[in-house]
Design a protein around this ligand. Structure first.
Ligand SMILES: Nc1ncnc2c1ncn2[C@@H]1O[C@H](COP(=O)(O)OP(=O)(O)OP(=O)(O)O)[C@@H](O)[C@H]1O
Length: 250
């Protein structure tokens, strides 16, 4: 459960702007996640959702603002961020298809020089995802899309993260599998108490498993609050139909 008594964020983006040349992908957005929370980032295509995660990972051209991690500016290089306790599960799963399931999982904690801890994490991931245990010797290429997504989540967990960043975990999956992925994300949040920031296009599914949500439109936060606060407004309809006008322009 999140520490909702305080507004202290474990991961906090303050006034972040990202420009890709003339394209303003993020325009002074502020959003964050408290320890133990599961938070969704939603919005139409091109709203800037993936860029939020890339800005945290040092993979986007941030031109203004600051990313704070445990209340200090996040200064680690992209390849070092996982050691800080932040794991990124990218869009499209990106598993290593020519490696086995177990080898893919090991890739999640390459930097770890503690075989006992590696085994402990492997056991914990296999317990959470029985299918990965069952198929541990199979090539990842032999797995279905849903199983590859479980593998991608498992690989992220092998880093032993405090925060898991998930970019569209249900994209391209069959409806029946979508429910299973949300169920697993929910278990990761509830059972492992891992803090989660998830970008997701499946509004209904994601609102059922998060504590809070941000709605983005054209690089700005246009709503933030509990899932119920999102359901109670017509903000999503307006942004998805392109009918949202920022207050200062109304
Ligand atoms: N590498 C890039 N070069 C140029 N423009 C980019 C790049 N990456 C993203 N953009 C632009 O930045 C804006 C935000 O993109 P982003 O991918 O973050 O949106 P999104 O909300 O995740 O969209 P989607 O739901 O389609 O994935 C878009 O206008 C996009 O075209």
């Amino acid at each position: 459960m999140a520490d909702t008594q305080t507004d202290v964020k474990l991961l906090d983006l303050v006034d972040i702007s990202v420009h890709y040349g003339a394209v303003v992908a993020l325009d002074r957005i502020s959003l964050g996640v408290r320890r133990g929370e599961a938070v969704a980032v939603m919005g139409p295509n091109g709203a800037g959702k993936s860029t939020v995660l890339k800005a945290i990972m040092g993979l986007a051209p941030v031109v203004g603002g600051e990313v704070y991690w445990r209340q200090e500016p996040l200064a680690a290089a992209t390849h070092e961020i996982v050691k800080e306790g932040i794991a990124f599960v990218p869009q499209g799963r990106r598993v290593f298809t020519h490696l086995t399931v177990a080898e893919n999982l090991e890739m999640g904690c390459l930097y770890l020089n503690d075989p006992a801890e590696k085994d402990r994490r492997m056991d914990s991931v296999m317990e959470l995802f029985p299918v990965l245990h069952e198929k541990r010797g199979d090539l990842a290429s032999q797995m279905s899309g849903g199983q590859q997504q479980m593998l991608a989540l498992g690989r992220g967990l092998m880093a032993g993260p405090e925060v898991l960043l998930l970019d569209e975990p249900t994209l391209g999956l069959a409806p029946i599998v979508v429910g299973e992925v949300f169920q697993k994300v929910s278990e990761i949040s509830d059972r492992l108490n891992t803090t989660i920031l998830v970008v997701e296009h499946n509004i209904k599914g994601v609102l059922d498993i998060v504590d809070r949500a941000y709605v983005l439109d054209k690089g700005r936060v246009v709503h933030s609050g509990t899932p119920q606060s999102v359901r109670d407004t017509d903000i999503l309809t307006r942004v998805f139909l392109g009918q949202y006008t920022p207050p200062e322009e109304e």
